[in-house]
Design a protein around this ligand. Sequence first.
Ligand code: GLU
Length: 478
Amino acid sequence: MDTATAKAQEAHYSFFQGVERNFDKASKYTRFESGILEQIKACNSVYRMKYPVRIGDKIEVIEAYRVQHSHHKLPCKGGIRYSMDVNQDEVMALAALMTYKCAIVNVPFGGAKGGIKINPKNYSVFELEKITRRYASELVKKNFIGPGIDVPAPDYGTGAREMSWIVDTYASLKPGEVDALACITGKPVTQGGVRGRTEATGLGVYYGIREVCNTAEDMKKLGLPVGIEGKKVIVQGLGNVGFHAAKFFFDNGAIIVGLAEYEGGIYNEKGLDIYKVVDHRKSTGSLLNYPGATNIKNSAETMEQPCDILIPAALENVINGSNAARIQAKIIGEGANGPLTPDADEILNQKGVIVVPDMYLNAGGVTVSYFEWLKNLSHVRFGRMDKRFSENQNDSILKSVESLTGKRVTDTERKQILHGPDEVDLVYSGLEDTMIGSYHEIREALLRLDGKVDMRTAAFTVAIDKVGVSYEELGIFP
Ligand code: GLU
Protein backbone atom coordinates (compact mmCIF):
# COMPACT_ATOMS: atom_id res chain seq x y z
CA MET A 1 0.00 0.00 0.00
CA ASP A 2 1.35 3.45 -0.81
CA THR A 3 1.73 6.25 1.71
CA ALA A 4 -1.28 8.15 0.42
CA THR A 5 -3.58 5.15 0.96
CA ALA A 6 -2.12 4.56 4.41
CA LYS A 7 -2.81 8.18 5.23
CA ALA A 8 -6.38 7.89 3.99
CA GLN A 9 -6.97 4.77 6.08
CA GLU A 10 -5.68 6.45 9.19
CA ALA A 11 -7.40 9.69 8.26
CA HIS A 12 -8.93 10.02 11.71
CA TYR A 13 -5.91 12.15 12.49
CA SER A 14 -3.55 14.22 10.36
CA PHE A 15 0.25 14.22 10.77
CA PHE A 16 0.06 17.29 13.02
CA GLN A 17 -2.75 15.75 15.05
CA GLY A 18 -0.63 12.61 15.36
CA VAL A 19 2.15 14.70 16.90
CA GLU A 20 -0.40 16.37 19.20
CA ARG A 21 -1.70 12.95 20.21
CA ASN A 22 1.78 11.81 21.18
CA PHE A 23 2.30 15.09 23.05
CA ASP A 24 -0.94 14.59 25.04
CA LYS A 25 0.03 11.03 25.91
CA ALA A 26 3.27 12.31 27.43
CA SER A 27 2.05 15.55 29.01
CA LYS A 28 0.16 13.53 31.66
CA TYR A 29 3.53 12.68 33.14
CA THR A 30 4.67 16.29 33.42
CA ARG A 31 3.85 18.91 36.06
CA PHE A 32 2.71 21.85 33.92
CA GLU A 33 -0.65 23.60 34.06
CA SER A 34 -2.85 23.20 31.01
CA GLY A 35 -2.20 26.74 29.70
CA ILE A 36 1.54 26.14 29.46
CA LEU A 37 0.97 22.77 27.77
CA GLU A 38 -1.40 24.37 25.28
CA GLN A 39 1.18 27.07 24.48
CA ILE A 40 3.96 24.50 23.97
CA LYS A 41 1.75 22.47 21.64
CA ALA A 42 0.51 25.34 19.47
CA CYS A 43 2.14 26.50 16.21
CA ASN A 44 2.90 30.17 16.89
CA SER A 45 3.25 31.53 13.34
CA VAL A 46 2.22 30.03 10.03
CA TYR A 47 3.27 31.84 6.86
CA ARG A 48 1.78 30.50 3.65
CA MET A 49 2.93 32.19 0.50
CA LYS A 50 2.12 32.00 -3.18
CA TYR A 51 4.43 33.67 -5.64
CA PRO A 52 4.89 33.66 -9.40
CA VAL A 53 7.98 32.33 -11.14
CA ARG A 54 8.54 32.28 -14.90
CA ILE A 55 9.18 28.67 -15.94
CA GLY A 56 9.94 28.37 -19.66
CA ASP A 57 7.32 30.51 -21.43
CA LYS A 58 4.72 30.16 -18.64
CA ILE A 59 4.21 31.71 -15.24
CA GLU A 60 3.89 29.18 -12.46
CA VAL A 61 2.36 30.05 -9.10
CA ILE A 62 4.48 28.42 -6.40
CA GLU A 63 2.96 27.36 -3.08
CA ALA A 64 5.32 27.53 -0.12
CA TYR A 65 5.37 27.67 3.69
CA ARG A 66 7.42 28.61 6.71
CA VAL A 67 6.05 27.64 10.10
CA GLN A 68 7.53 28.79 13.40
CA HIS A 69 6.20 26.43 15.99
CA SER A 70 7.85 27.93 19.08
CA HIS A 71 9.60 31.10 20.19
CA HIS A 72 10.64 30.18 23.75
CA LYS A 73 14.21 30.26 22.46
CA LEU A 74 15.45 32.22 19.46
CA PRO A 75 16.25 31.81 16.66
CA CYS A 76 13.78 29.19 15.45
CA LYS A 77 15.36 26.36 13.54
CA GLY A 78 14.37 23.74 11.01
CA GLY A 79 14.87 22.60 7.44
CA ILE A 80 13.17 23.44 4.16
CA ARG A 81 11.81 20.58 2.07
CA TYR A 82 10.92 20.39 -1.60
CA SER A 83 8.26 17.80 -2.27
CA MET A 84 4.84 17.47 -3.87
CA ASP A 85 3.55 16.21 -0.48
CA VAL A 86 4.23 19.58 1.18
CA ASN A 87 1.10 21.06 2.77
CA GLN A 88 0.35 23.22 5.77
CA ASP A 89 -0.41 20.33 8.10
CA GLU A 90 2.83 18.54 7.22
CA VAL A 91 4.98 21.65 7.73
CA MET A 92 3.23 22.35 11.06
CA ALA A 93 3.88 18.79 12.25
CA LEU A 94 7.52 18.93 11.20
CA ALA A 95 7.97 22.35 12.85
CA ALA A 96 6.52 20.97 16.09
CA LEU A 97 8.92 18.02 15.97
CA MET A 98 11.79 20.53 15.64
CA THR A 99 10.78 22.19 18.93
CA TYR A 100 10.96 18.86 20.77
CA LYS A 101 14.06 17.75 18.87
CA CYS A 102 16.03 20.86 19.81
CA ALA A 103 14.98 20.54 23.44
CA ILE A 104 16.01 16.87 23.63
CA VAL A 105 19.52 17.48 22.31
CA ASN A 106 19.92 20.73 24.28
CA VAL A 107 20.18 22.95 21.22
CA PRO A 108 18.95 26.40 22.34
CA PHE A 109 16.51 27.06 19.48
CA GLY A 110 12.78 27.17 18.90
CA GLY A 111 11.26 24.86 16.29
CA ALA A 112 10.40 25.75 12.69
CA LYS A 113 10.07 24.18 9.26
CA GLY A 114 9.63 25.28 5.67
CA GLY A 115 8.47 23.68 2.50
CA ILE A 116 7.93 24.37 -1.19
CA LYS A 117 5.36 22.25 -2.98
CA ILE A 118 7.39 21.23 -6.03
CA ASN A 119 9.02 18.12 -7.39
CA PRO A 120 12.58 19.39 -7.84
CA LYS A 121 13.21 16.75 -10.51
CA ASN A 122 10.80 18.60 -12.83
CA TYR A 123 12.90 21.78 -12.95
CA SER A 124 16.27 22.80 -14.37
CA VAL A 125 18.95 24.05 -11.97
CA PHE A 126 18.34 27.58 -13.19
CA GLU A 127 14.59 27.29 -12.47
CA LEU A 128 15.25 25.82 -9.03
CA GLU A 129 17.55 28.73 -8.29
CA LYS A 130 14.82 31.21 -9.26
CA ILE A 131 12.22 29.41 -7.10
CA THR A 132 14.63 29.24 -4.15
CA ARG A 133 15.85 32.83 -4.33
CA ARG A 134 12.29 34.14 -4.58
CA TYR A 135 11.31 32.01 -1.54
CA ALA A 136 14.26 33.53 0.37
CA SER A 137 13.25 37.08 -0.51
CA GLU A 138 9.64 36.36 0.58
CA LEU A 139 11.05 35.23 3.95
CA VAL A 140 13.16 38.40 4.24
CA LYS A 141 10.15 40.62 3.38
CA LYS A 142 8.15 39.17 6.26
CA ASN A 143 11.08 38.99 8.70
CA PHE A 144 10.92 35.21 8.73
CA ILE A 145 14.67 34.64 8.34
CA GLY A 146 17.76 35.96 10.11
CA PRO A 147 20.58 34.83 12.44
CA GLY A 148 18.53 35.76 15.53
CA ILE A 149 15.06 35.17 14.05
CA ASP A 150 14.72 31.95 12.10
CA VAL A 151 17.55 29.90 10.63
CA PRO A 152 16.55 27.34 7.97
CA ALA A 153 18.59 24.31 6.85
CA PRO A 154 18.37 21.45 4.33
CA ASP A 155 15.66 18.82 4.50
CA TYR A 156 14.11 16.30 2.08
CA GLY A 157 14.80 17.48 -1.50
CA THR A 158 17.24 20.28 -0.61
CA GLY A 159 20.95 20.47 0.18
CA ALA A 160 24.00 22.70 0.39
CA ARG A 161 23.34 24.17 -3.07
CA GLU A 162 19.92 25.58 -2.10
CA MET A 163 21.37 26.89 1.18
CA SER A 164 24.05 28.84 -0.66
CA TRP A 165 21.40 30.47 -2.93
CA ILE A 166 19.44 31.46 0.18
CA VAL A 167 22.40 32.92 2.10
CA ASP A 168 23.45 34.87 -1.00
CA THR A 169 19.93 36.28 -1.47
CA TYR A 170 19.73 37.17 2.23
CA ALA A 171 23.17 38.86 2.26
CA SER A 172 22.40 40.89 -0.85
CA LEU A 173 19.16 42.19 0.71
CA LYS A 174 20.94 43.01 4.00
CA PRO A 175 24.16 44.69 2.93
CA GLY A 176 26.73 45.04 5.69
CA GLU A 177 25.07 42.59 8.09
CA VAL A 178 28.19 41.11 9.59
CA ASP A 179 26.47 37.92 10.81
CA ALA A 180 24.59 37.28 7.57
CA LEU A 181 26.21 33.85 7.11
CA ALA A 182 24.41 32.67 10.26
CA CYS A 183 20.99 33.15 8.60
CA ILE A 184 21.03 29.55 7.37
CA THR A 185 22.94 26.32 8.03
CA GLY A 186 23.93 23.34 5.92
CA LYS A 187 25.88 25.63 3.59
CA PRO A 188 28.83 24.45 1.52
CA VAL A 189 32.07 24.74 3.51
CA THR A 190 33.29 27.42 1.07
CA GLN A 191 30.22 29.55 1.92
CA GLY A 192 30.54 29.36 5.71
CA GLY A 193 29.42 25.76 6.24
CA VAL A 194 30.97 23.53 8.87
CA ARG A 195 32.83 20.30 8.14
CA GLY A 196 30.76 17.27 9.09
CA ARG A 197 27.31 18.83 8.50
CA THR A 198 26.50 16.80 5.37
CA GLU A 199 26.79 13.42 7.10
CA ALA A 200 25.65 14.70 10.52
CA THR A 201 22.11 13.28 10.59
CA GLY A 202 23.24 9.83 9.39
CA LEU A 203 26.15 9.84 11.82
CA GLY A 204 23.81 10.83 14.65
CA VAL A 205 21.52 7.92 13.74
CA TYR A 206 24.53 5.61 13.98
CA TYR A 207 25.74 7.05 17.32
CA GLY A 208 22.23 6.83 18.77
CA ILE A 209 21.59 3.22 17.72
CA ARG A 210 25.10 2.23 18.83
CA GLU A 211 24.27 3.57 22.30
CA VAL A 212 20.99 1.60 22.34
CA CYS A 213 22.91 -1.55 21.38
CA ASN A 214 25.55 -0.89 24.05
CA THR A 215 22.93 -0.88 26.82
CA ALA A 216 23.26 -4.45 28.12
CA GLU A 217 19.97 -4.55 30.02
CA ASP A 218 17.90 -3.57 26.97
CA MET A 219 19.73 -5.96 24.65
CA LYS A 220 19.07 -8.79 27.10
CA LYS A 221 15.34 -8.04 26.95
CA LEU A 222 15.44 -8.22 23.16
CA GLY A 223 17.54 -11.39 23.21
CA LEU A 224 20.35 -9.70 21.29
CA PRO A 225 24.07 -9.54 22.06
CA VAL A 226 25.53 -6.20 23.18
CA GLY A 227 27.21 -3.99 20.56
CA ILE A 228 26.65 -2.91 17.00
CA GLU A 229 29.01 -5.43 15.41
CA GLY A 230 27.26 -8.23 13.54
CA LYS A 231 23.77 -6.70 13.88
CA LYS A 232 21.66 -7.08 10.75
CA VAL A 233 20.38 -3.76 9.45
CA ILE A 234 17.84 -2.70 6.80
CA VAL A 235 17.87 0.92 5.62
CA GLN A 236 14.88 2.35 3.75
CA GLY A 237 15.79 5.44 1.71
CA LEU A 238 19.28 6.18 0.43
CA GLY A 239 19.12 9.96 0.51
CA ASN A 240 21.47 12.00 2.64
CA VAL A 241 20.30 10.49 5.95
CA GLY A 242 19.91 6.85 4.84
CA PHE A 243 23.09 6.68 2.82
CA HIS A 244 25.31 8.09 5.55
CA ALA A 245 23.66 6.03 8.27
CA ALA A 246 24.16 2.86 6.17
CA LYS A 247 27.78 3.82 5.54
CA PHE A 248 28.55 4.31 9.26
CA PHE A 249 26.81 1.02 10.19
CA PHE A 250 28.76 -0.79 7.47
CA ASP A 251 32.12 0.80 8.38
CA ASN A 252 31.65 -0.18 12.00
CA GLY A 253 30.91 -3.85 11.52
CA ALA A 254 27.11 -4.06 11.22
CA ILE A 255 25.74 -6.18 8.36
CA ILE A 256 23.57 -4.28 5.89
CA VAL A 257 21.10 -6.97 4.76
CA GLY A 258 18.52 -4.81 3.01
CA LEU A 259 18.29 -1.48 1.19
CA ALA A 260 15.21 0.16 -0.29
CA GLU A 261 14.61 3.07 -2.63
CA TYR A 262 11.51 4.12 -4.56
CA GLU A 263 12.29 1.81 -7.52
CA GLY A 264 12.39 -1.28 -5.26
CA GLY A 265 14.56 -2.99 -2.70
CA ILE A 266 17.35 -5.59 -2.45
CA TYR A 267 18.04 -8.14 0.26
CA ASN A 268 20.95 -10.44 1.03
CA GLU A 269 21.17 -12.02 4.48
CA LYS A 270 24.95 -12.39 4.07
CA GLY A 271 25.33 -8.62 3.70
CA LEU A 272 25.56 -5.89 1.08
CA ASP A 273 28.55 -3.63 0.48
CA ILE A 274 26.97 -0.17 0.64
CA TYR A 275 29.70 1.44 -1.49
CA LYS A 276 29.35 -1.15 -4.26
CA VAL A 277 25.54 -0.92 -4.15
CA VAL A 278 25.70 2.85 -4.59
CA ASP A 279 28.10 2.43 -7.56
CA HIS A 280 25.71 -0.15 -9.04
CA ARG A 281 22.76 2.24 -8.67
CA LYS A 282 24.76 5.04 -10.28
CA SER A 283 25.74 2.97 -13.28
CA THR A 284 22.42 1.13 -13.85
CA GLY A 285 20.00 3.74 -12.54
CA SER A 286 18.44 1.26 -10.07
CA LEU A 287 19.14 -0.69 -6.89
CA LEU A 288 17.56 -3.76 -8.49
CA ASN A 289 19.60 -6.62 -10.00
CA TYR A 290 22.53 -6.11 -7.65
CA PRO A 291 24.69 -9.25 -7.93
CA GLY A 292 23.92 -11.85 -5.24
CA ALA A 293 20.88 -10.01 -3.83
CA THR A 294 17.17 -10.81 -4.11
CA ASN A 295 15.03 -8.15 -5.81
CA ILE A 296 12.00 -6.87 -3.94
CA LYS A 297 9.76 -5.18 -6.49
CA ASN A 298 7.46 -3.56 -3.96
CA SER A 299 9.93 -1.30 -2.17
CA ALA A 300 7.95 -1.14 1.11
CA GLU A 301 8.18 -4.94 1.51
CA THR A 302 11.95 -4.61 2.01
CA MET A 303 11.19 -3.31 5.50
CA GLU A 304 9.36 -6.56 6.32
CA GLN A 305 12.41 -8.78 5.77
CA PRO A 306 14.31 -10.38 8.69
CA CYS A 307 16.77 -8.07 10.49
CA ASP A 308 17.69 -6.78 13.95
CA ILE A 309 17.54 -3.07 13.17
CA LEU A 310 15.31 -1.22 10.70
CA ILE A 311 16.09 2.38 9.77
CA PRO A 312 13.28 4.13 7.85
CA ALA A 313 15.12 7.16 6.51
CA ALA A 314 12.89 8.74 3.87
CA LEU A 315 9.42 10.18 4.44
CA GLU A 316 6.63 10.00 7.02
CA ASN A 317 3.94 7.30 7.47
CA VAL A 318 5.81 4.48 5.72
CA ILE A 319 5.16 2.12 8.63
CA ASN A 320 1.47 2.22 9.40
CA GLY A 321 -1.47 0.17 10.63
CA SER A 322 -1.41 -2.01 7.54
CA ASN A 323 2.22 -3.20 7.54
CA ALA A 324 3.46 -2.76 11.14
CA ALA A 325 2.52 -6.29 12.20
CA ARG A 326 4.76 -7.74 9.50
CA ILE A 327 7.90 -5.85 10.58
CA GLN A 328 10.45 -8.33 11.97
CA ALA A 329 13.05 -5.90 13.34
CA LYS A 330 13.60 -5.73 17.10
CA ILE A 331 14.86 -2.16 16.99
CA ILE A 332 13.43 0.56 14.74
CA GLY A 333 15.47 3.75 14.43
CA GLU A 334 13.51 6.68 13.00
CA GLY A 335 16.03 8.31 10.64
CA ALA A 336 13.16 10.15 8.93
CA ASN A 337 10.68 12.46 10.64
CA GLY A 338 7.43 10.67 11.46
CA PRO A 339 7.98 7.37 9.58
CA LEU A 340 5.65 5.53 12.00
CA THR A 341 1.98 6.42 12.32
CA PRO A 342 0.47 6.29 15.84
CA ASP A 343 -1.28 3.03 14.83
CA ALA A 344 2.05 1.49 13.87
CA ASP A 345 3.54 2.67 17.14
CA GLU A 346 0.88 0.86 19.11
CA ILE A 347 1.30 -2.41 17.22
CA LEU A 348 5.09 -2.37 17.50
CA ASN A 349 5.11 -1.44 21.16
CA GLN A 350 2.84 -4.38 21.88
CA LYS A 351 5.32 -6.62 20.09
CA GLY A 352 8.09 -5.36 22.39
CA VAL A 353 10.01 -3.62 19.61
CA ILE A 354 12.22 -0.73 20.73
CA VAL A 355 11.24 2.29 18.64
CA VAL A 356 13.93 4.96 18.88
CA PRO A 357 12.03 8.17 18.12
CA ASP A 358 12.84 10.68 15.37
CA MET A 359 12.96 13.68 17.66
CA TYR A 360 16.02 12.14 19.31
CA LEU A 361 17.54 9.89 16.68
CA ASN A 362 17.67 12.24 13.71
CA ALA A 363 18.67 15.29 15.78
CA GLY A 364 22.29 15.02 14.58
CA GLY A 365 21.50 17.40 11.72
CA VAL A 366 20.24 20.21 13.87
CA THR A 367 22.97 19.60 16.45
CA VAL A 368 25.68 20.18 13.87
CA SER A 369 23.64 23.08 12.44
CA TYR A 370 23.96 24.62 15.89
CA PHE A 371 27.75 24.20 15.65
CA GLU A 372 27.69 25.82 12.20
CA TRP A 373 25.67 28.77 13.52
CA LEU A 374 28.17 29.20 16.39
CA LYS A 375 31.04 29.09 13.88
CA ASN A 376 29.37 31.77 11.74
CA LEU A 377 28.75 34.04 14.73
CA SER A 378 32.29 33.63 16.01
CA HIS A 379 33.77 34.11 12.53
CA VAL A 380 36.45 31.50 13.14
CA ARG A 381 36.92 27.88 12.12
CA PHE A 382 36.74 25.36 14.98
CA GLY A 383 40.26 24.21 15.89
CA ARG A 384 42.00 27.25 14.45
CA MET A 385 43.07 28.56 17.85
CA ASP A 386 43.91 25.34 19.65
CA LYS A 387 45.00 22.66 17.16
CA ARG A 388 48.70 23.60 17.16
CA PHE A 389 48.69 24.29 20.90
CA SER A 390 47.38 20.75 21.60
CA GLU A 391 49.94 19.24 19.25
CA ASN A 392 52.83 21.06 20.93
CA GLN A 393 51.58 20.05 24.35
CA ASN A 394 51.11 16.40 23.32
CA ASP A 395 54.62 16.46 21.90
CA SER A 396 56.19 17.68 25.12
CA ILE A 397 54.23 15.16 27.25
CA LEU A 398 55.26 12.32 24.92
CA LYS A 399 58.92 13.40 24.98
CA SER A 400 58.91 13.46 28.80
CA VAL A 401 57.33 10.00 28.97
CA GLU A 402 59.87 8.66 26.48
CA SER A 403 62.83 10.12 28.33
CA LEU A 404 61.52 8.85 31.69
CA THR A 405 60.90 5.32 30.39
CA GLY A 406 63.76 5.16 27.92
CA LYS A 407 61.35 3.71 25.34
CA ARG A 408 60.07 5.14 22.05
CA VAL A 409 56.59 4.79 20.52
CA THR A 410 56.25 3.85 16.82
CA ASP A 411 55.85 6.55 14.17
CA THR A 412 52.16 5.67 13.67
CA GLU A 413 51.52 5.88 17.42
CA ARG A 414 53.40 9.19 17.55
CA LYS A 415 51.21 10.63 14.79
CA GLN A 416 48.06 9.51 16.59
CA ILE A 417 49.11 10.86 19.99
CA LEU A 418 50.28 14.23 18.63
CA HIS A 419 47.20 14.91 16.49
CA GLY A 420 45.45 18.12 17.55
CA PRO A 421 41.75 18.44 16.73
CA ASP A 422 40.64 19.60 13.27
CA GLU A 423 37.22 21.13 12.77
CA VAL A 424 35.69 17.81 11.74
CA ASP A 425 37.12 16.03 14.82
CA LEU A 426 35.50 18.60 17.09
CA VAL A 427 32.17 18.43 15.25
CA TYR A 428 32.08 14.62 15.43
CA SER A 429 33.06 14.68 19.09
CA GLY A 430 30.39 17.26 19.95
CA LEU A 431 27.80 15.20 18.08
CA GLU A 432 28.85 11.91 19.69
CA ASP A 433 28.70 13.43 23.16
CA THR A 434 25.26 14.94 22.43
CA MET A 435 23.77 11.69 21.11
CA ILE A 436 25.09 9.66 24.05
CA GLY A 437 24.08 12.22 26.69
CA SER A 438 20.57 12.73 25.30
CA TYR A 439 19.94 9.00 24.99
CA HIS A 440 20.63 8.59 28.68
CA GLU A 441 18.37 11.53 29.56
CA ILE A 442 15.54 9.74 27.73
CA ARG A 443 16.40 6.37 29.26
CA GLU A 444 16.40 7.87 32.74
CA ALA A 445 12.93 9.29 32.05
CA LEU A 446 11.85 5.82 30.93
CA LEU A 447 13.14 4.29 34.15
CA ARG A 448 11.51 7.05 36.24
CA LEU A 449 8.21 6.18 34.57
CA ASP A 450 8.80 2.54 35.54
CA GLY A 451 8.79 1.37 31.93
CA LYS A 452 5.04 2.22 31.76
CA VAL A 453 5.57 4.15 28.51
CA ASP A 454 7.45 3.72 25.24
CA MET A 455 10.62 5.60 24.33
CA ARG A 456 8.75 8.18 22.23
CA THR A 457 6.56 9.14 25.19
CA ALA A 458 9.60 9.29 27.47
CA ALA A 459 11.39 11.53 24.93
CA PHE A 460 8.33 13.79 24.78
CA THR A 461 8.32 14.16 28.58
CA VAL A 462 12.00 15.19 28.48
CA ALA A 463 11.23 17.77 25.77
CA ILE A 464 8.07 19.09 27.46
CA ASP A 465 9.92 19.50 30.76
CA LYS A 466 12.61 21.64 29.12
CA VAL A 467 10.30 23.76 26.96
CA GLY A 468 7.84 24.15 29.84
CA VAL A 469 10.52 25.46 32.18
CA SER A 470 11.61 27.84 29.45
CA TYR A 471 8.07 29.26 29.09
CA GLU A 472 7.67 29.49 32.86
CA GLU A 473 10.93 31.36 33.28
CA LEU A 474 10.15 33.60 30.34
CA GLY A 475 6.93 34.66 32.05
CA ILE A 476 3.83 35.51 30.07
CA PHE A 477 3.88 38.98 28.53
CA PRO A 478 0.88 40.90 29.94
N1 GLU B 1 16.06 19.20 8.40
C1 GLU B 1 16.78 18.67 9.51
C2 GLU B 1 15.83 18.16 10.57
O1 GLU B 1 14.71 17.83 10.29
C3 GLU B 1 17.81 19.66 10.03
C4 GLU B 1 17.26 20.92 10.59
C5 GLU B 1 18.32 21.96 10.93
O2 GLU B 1 19.50 21.67 10.84
O3 GLU B 1 17.93 23.07 11.29
O4 GLU B 1 16.19 17.97 11.70
